[in-house]
Design a binder for this molecule. Structure first.
Ligand SMILES: Cc1ncc(COP(=O)(O)O)c(C=O)c1O
Length: 390
């Protein structure tokens, strides 16, 4: 039988980051020793005390539907405490929700906000799921090109705003660039947004993974922004919990309520004992986060120094995350490739180093390399790339 899919399913672009991970996995399965710089997740295991909290919850019989759908009260209280402690944001429990990963939070937020024809501003380079999620909600992503530092300028934002703009996405620190906006830069963007009717989707899921002395400023903490910002966050990156699928957000109560109602019909919310364990993650000993951040700080130095030493590679130092996003266009002629797709393909086939082409993020001269892998793997991967490009 010919299965006719709905247009929205047929038009979906598969996630490029998952595609390259899959190709690397297939090579590995054939016995090839692949260095994985492609993954978007910490290489660390989830800290033991969080696992133990889930095991204890299971043993206590925490196996029923979680209620209410918007998130169990204990976790929503923990989310409020977390936002207060780490973001300086004071949300009431009915102004926060927990979802099946921040990806789900974002998906539901776009479903709640967007009608056909509405526009969402997506700064380039962007996380691969933003444009697809906006389109799935019937909206139009409006891409804004960055300045030389890979940041959206207030002028570029102002030029992109229209009466149809429903939301502006600000992802800081950014996947894929690792760039974080300073407080002043955010304030300048906030001033432009304040003159419009747009909401802000502040995706701050990497906010604890920073390399400077101070954590990036939460956008909603800026004057006038709290009432119009959805602050999106989660446990995946901060606590090495990608497989647990737990995201959360704080924002305007009507939006949070709508996200909860959508979730009630879609999934009934994140797994019950995962929610219980995440209370411990958010409110327990945070030493694990400091330790992981210290490891990423060490690795970023190795990664950036190694890439900068390669002729034709221009690698900015990221402010946070576990990604670098170098411009590799200076090597294209030597390799006989025309864009980052070709570069990433050659790196995988020839050097057995997996990375994600910047084409997926809207920047075809760049590639994203993740250093959420061991120091030894980083050294080996860099040596292979150096050899391939020498
Ligand atoms: C910028 C950004 N936002 C959101 C997510 C989603 O995270 P999760 O669904 O694991 O909470 C990711 C994951 O890669 C990300 O990089």
């Amino acid at each position: 039988m010919n299965i006719r899919l709905a247009q929205r399913a047929a038009a979906l672009v598969p996630s490029a980051t998952l595609a390259v991970t899959e190709k690397a996995r297939a090579l590995k399965a054939r016995g090839v020793d692949v260095i994985a710089f492609a993954a978007g997740q910490p290489d660390f295991d989830t800290p033991a005390f969080i696992k133990q909290a889930a095991i204890s919850a299971l043993e206590r019989g925490d196996t029923k539907y979680p209620t209410p759908a918007v998130g169990i009260p204990a976790l929503r209280d923990a989310v409020c405490a977390y936002f207060r402690q780490f973001c300086g944001l004071d949300y009431a429990p009915n102004a926060v929700c927990v979802n099946v990963g921040a990806k789900d939070t974002l998906y539901l937020a776009f479903q709640a906000l967007i009608d056909p024809g509405d526009e969402v501003i997506v700064p380039v380079p962007y996380w691969v799921s933003y444009p697809e999620q906006v389109r799935l909600a019937g909206g139009t992503p409006v891409f804004v090109e960055p300045d030389a530092n890979l940041k959206m300028t207030p002028a570029a934002l102002a030029a992109a705003l229209t009466p149809r703009t429903r939301a502006v996405i600000i992802n800081s620190p950014s996947n894929p660039s690792g760039v974080a906006y300073s407080a002043d830069e955010l304030a300048a963007l906030a001033e432009v947004i304040a003159g419009s009717d747009a909401l802000v989707i502040a995706d701050e899921i990497y906010h604890r993974l920073y390399f400077g002395q101070q954590a990036p400023v939460a956008l909603a903490s800026l004057p006038g922004m709290f009432a119009r910002t959805l602050s999106v966050n989660g446990c995946s990156k901060t606590y090495a919990m990608t497989g647990w699928r737990l995201g959360f957000a704080g924002g305007p109560q009507p939006l949070i309520k709508a996200i909860g109602q959508l979730q009630g019909q879609a999934t009934s919310g994140p797994t019950s004992f995962v929610q219980t364990a995440c209370v411990d993650a958010l409110t327990g000993d945070q030493t694990c986060v400091d330790e992981m951040r210290a490891a990423y700080r060490r690795r970023v130095e190795t990664m950036v120094a190694g890439l900068r030493a390669i002729d034709g590679v221009d690698c900015p130092m990221p402010d946070g995350t576990f990604y670098v996003f170098p411009d590799v266009s200076g090597t294209f002629a030597r390799l006989g490739v025309s864009d980052a797709d070709g570069f990433a393909e050659r790196a995988l086939d020839q050097a057995h180093v997996a990375m994600v082409s910047g084409v997926a993020f809207g920047m075809p001269k760049r590639v994203r390399l993740s250093f959420a892998t061991s120091d030894q793997q980083i050294e080996t991967g860099l040596a292979r790339l150096t050899k391939m490009l020498s």
